[in-house]
Design a protein around this ligand. Structure first.
Ligand code: ADP
Length: 695
């Protein structure tokens, strides 16, 4: 059963809350005052109390779409009046690649040494004009030189008390973000020191993290670690470019930088290229870690599109396809939106790793938001607007590392579970195999014993058969020889001898017939010729005929039929007659002359029972279990009494009708043989009705 979101995510919700509280605290600590656009719109007064000014508050902006305007044209009254106030904003979108900025400053401080700084290193060109001269140009050194700063920066010699108008020309492809700052020399150096310190800590950390992830990949062969380390490396590289560190360290004319600039046209192009690479690896990493296949299969096609759009955008940047720098910026936004929705989706579907990623996202957005607000003039410059990305990504890296280790732990756990399941299955399999083996062994043993037993029985039977045939044959042979030689056999005359010989031949004939019958039953493929009979009519006729036979054998017969008129049976008529005949024959054979033989037929709920009762000597109990075996005679001493096959045949016939045969016997009182034939399923139900007869 799936838990509800609230149950599932209580801890997660609490963590998010904690995060938001921590972020708010961070905001409160670092942002001294919420200060949307303030100050004199047209003038910046530089005083001794403050060494750090945000230029955008008092700046005016003029987009130069073609990038063709010269300083002289910009200061001409016709164009000068087209400047519009920046209202504190630092971001001017993608509508033009060159902008002119203008601001007026009055130096009311003691010091005349100031620095003007553009807080964005990926701007391709940043020129500052003071009193009609471009700073850094030949021959204007008294006014100010370009500084070897990681951002674009110029020193400014500002005369005291006199308003001075500064013009700036900024050129970049893609997004135009131009935060301008004015700092006095001391503040400038202090800012630089703090920046170096923070950058050092930050990039050192990123490098360590990337190396750690790479080693994790080497040990665990989990590709997520590899993607993540590449993501870290490219993210750090993009930040380095954004912060202007390579330009500062290598110098603008370094061959590597020149090559990069040559390849991507502009610094913005280099930055976007590296950033898209970073996004690409982030995509691979996140799609893997989020297990989209399991938690958000609907997003897979989008994931594939954004994943494979990256190389196209990268190619576009490499080959300078028109508009690709701009397009890349939209692509970045699309990827960020996709990742955010994928993370939310997975969190909703119960993916725990996604929760870590969500926290990471909150961290980076929470920390980077001030810089965004700053670029739109909604917040004053402060450490968070300055280092927000670093703080945010720092937190994000740590959280993502947690996410990775959480996932690795989970995978490990799943692996262990699967292994223990496998062990249990294997044990079960071994047990089953052992059981099968035992069963097979016992079956083989049973069958072998049966086979040995049946072979023994067969040998015994053959022995007894040969004995049973040879005995009468010897008599027949001897008597015939005597007759041929005209010798009398005992006191018998010739007629009596012939009669006895006839009896012996009859016996042998019946014996052979019994043997044949039994061998036929052994062939289980022989089908019984079943017929449907109305039991009462049929058994009445059978009992009548049997009664006559019994009388012929000098016995009396009684029969009882307690079977309803409508009961039917499906039987092999000939077989059942033979079976009854065998039982009656035995009853007569083993009872004194003139004793009563009783025949019974009774309805049972699920069949009909037939019994033959005699008043003979009975069967000793030790023989009762054996008399249905082939060639078994209770009275072994008297082989002439019969073949020992009659009851075996009777049993076979009953069993082939799916019935059962039993015997009850008491020494000196008589025996009762009963066989039950199951009811014909189509036959009607039992009811009252009986008939008695005697002969
Ligand atoms: P047989 O041809 O010897 O009668 P049967 O298979 O019919 O062979 O009987 C097996 C043995 O069971 C007989 O030899 C006899 O000892 C015993 N037997 C069968 N029916 C009776 C009976 N009604 N009374 C006493 N003994 C019987």
């Amino acid at each position: 059963m799936r838990k509800t979101l609230a149950e599932h995510n209580r801890v997660f919700a609490a963590t998010i809350l904690l995060f938001l509280i921590a972020l708010t605290a961070l905001w409160l600590v670092f942002i001294p005052q919420w200060k949307p656009f303030s100050g004199d719109a047209s003038l910046i007064r530089l005083t001794d109390g403050n060494g750090h000014y945000k230029g955008n508050n008092s700046m005016q902006v003029l987009p130069d779409r073609e990038g063709m305007l010269e300083y002289e044209q910009v200061v001409s009254p016709r164009i000068a009046e087209q400047f519009l106030p920046a209202d504190g904003r630092a971001a001017f979108g993608l509508s033009a690649s060159t902008y002119w900025l203008r601001m007026t400053v009055v130096n009311e401080s003691e010091t005349g040494e100031w620095v003007i700084r553009l807080h964005n290193a990926v701007v391709d060109q940043f020129d500052v004009y003071l009193d009609g001269n471009r700073l850094g140009a030949e021959g204007v050194s008294p006014l100010g030189e370009r500084l070897n700063d990681h951002y674009g920066a110029y020193e400014l010699a500002l005369p005291a008390g006199k308003p001075v108008t500064l013009h700036m020309r900024v050129t970049t492809e893609g997004s135009m973000i131009v935060p301008v700052e004015l700092l006095d020399r001391a503040s400038y150096h202090e800012t630089l020191r703090t920046e170096y310190l923070l950058f050092g800590v930050y990039y050192g950390f990123v490098l360590l993290m990337a190396a750690y992830m790479l080693s994790m990949y080497i040990f665990f062969h989990n590709r997520s670690y590899l993607y993540y380390s590449f993501y870290l490396i490219f993210f750090a590289a993009s930040q380095l470019i954004w912060n202007g560190i390579p330009q500062e360290l290598l110098g603008e004319n370094h061959p590597v930088l020149q090559l990069l600039l040559h390849t991507f046209n502009t610094l913005e192009g280099v930055f976007v290229f590296v950033f898209i690479l970073c996004l690409w690896f982030a995509l691979f990493f996140l799609v893997g870690v989020l297990e989209l296949k399991r938690y958000a299969p609907q997003l897979l096609p989008f994931a594939a599109i954004v994943k494979w759009a990256s190389p196209i955008v990268i190619a576009g940047l490499l080959f300078h396809w028109p508009w690709f720098v701009t397009l890349a910026i939209y692509y970045e936004a699309a990827v960020a939106a996709f990742l955010l929705s994928a993370i939310c989706w997975c969190v909703l579907n119960g993916n725990r790793t996604a929760r870590y990623l969500m926290l990471g996202f909150i961290a980076i957005i929470g920390c980077a938001l001030p810089s965004v607000l700053y670029t739109f003039g909604l917040m004053d410059s402060n450490p968070l607007t300055h280092y927000g990305y670093q703080f945010g990504s720092f937190a994000e890296f740590i959280i993502l590392a947690f996410a990775l280790s959480f996932q690795a732990r989970q995978l490990q756990r799943e692996k262990e579970k699967a292994q223990s399941r496998m062990i249990v299955h294997q044990q079960e399999l071994v047990r089953t195999l052992e059981r099968w083996n035992e069963e097979l062994e016992s079956t083989v043993q049973e069958r072998t014993e049966k086979l040995v037993q049946s072979q023994k029985e067969r040998a015994e039977m053959l022995q007894s058969i040969s004995h049973d045939i040879r005995a009468p044959l010897t008599v027949v042979q001897g008597s015939l020889r005597a007759l041929m030689m005209g010798i009398r056999v005992g006191s018998d005359d010739k007629g009596q001898t012939l009669e006895k010989l006839y009896d012996k031949v009859l016996y042998m004939n019946r014996f052979m017939d019994d043997l044949f019958q039994l061998s036929r039953f052994d062939e289980s493929s022989v089908e019984l010729p079943l017929e449907s009979v109305r039991v009462k009519d049929w058994i009445t006729r059978e009992f009548q005929t049997s009664a006559e036979d019994i009388q012929m054998m000098n016995h009396r017969c009684e029969y009882r039929i307690e079977v309803e008129d409508n009961r039917t049976l499906r039987i092999d008529l000939h077989g059942i007659r033979r079976l009854l005949g065998n039982l009656i024959h035995n009853a007569c054979k083993f009872s004194p002359l003139d004793s009563v033989i009783i025949l019974e037929a009774k309805s049972l709920p699920d069949g009909i029972s037939f019994s033959v009762l005699d008043q003979g000597g009975g069967i000793p109990p030790e023989h009762l279990n054996h008399i249905f075996k082939r060639a078994y005679r209770a009275n072994q001493a008297d082989p002439a009494s019969g073949s020992g096959l009659g009851l075996a045949i009777a049993k076979q016939i009953v069993e082939r009708h799916s019935g059962a045969i039993t015997v009850e016997s008491r020494i000196g009182e008589g025996s009762r043989f009963t066989f039950i034939l199951p009811a014909d399923e189509a036959g009607s139900a039992a009811g009252p009705g009986s008939e008695r007869s005697s002969a």
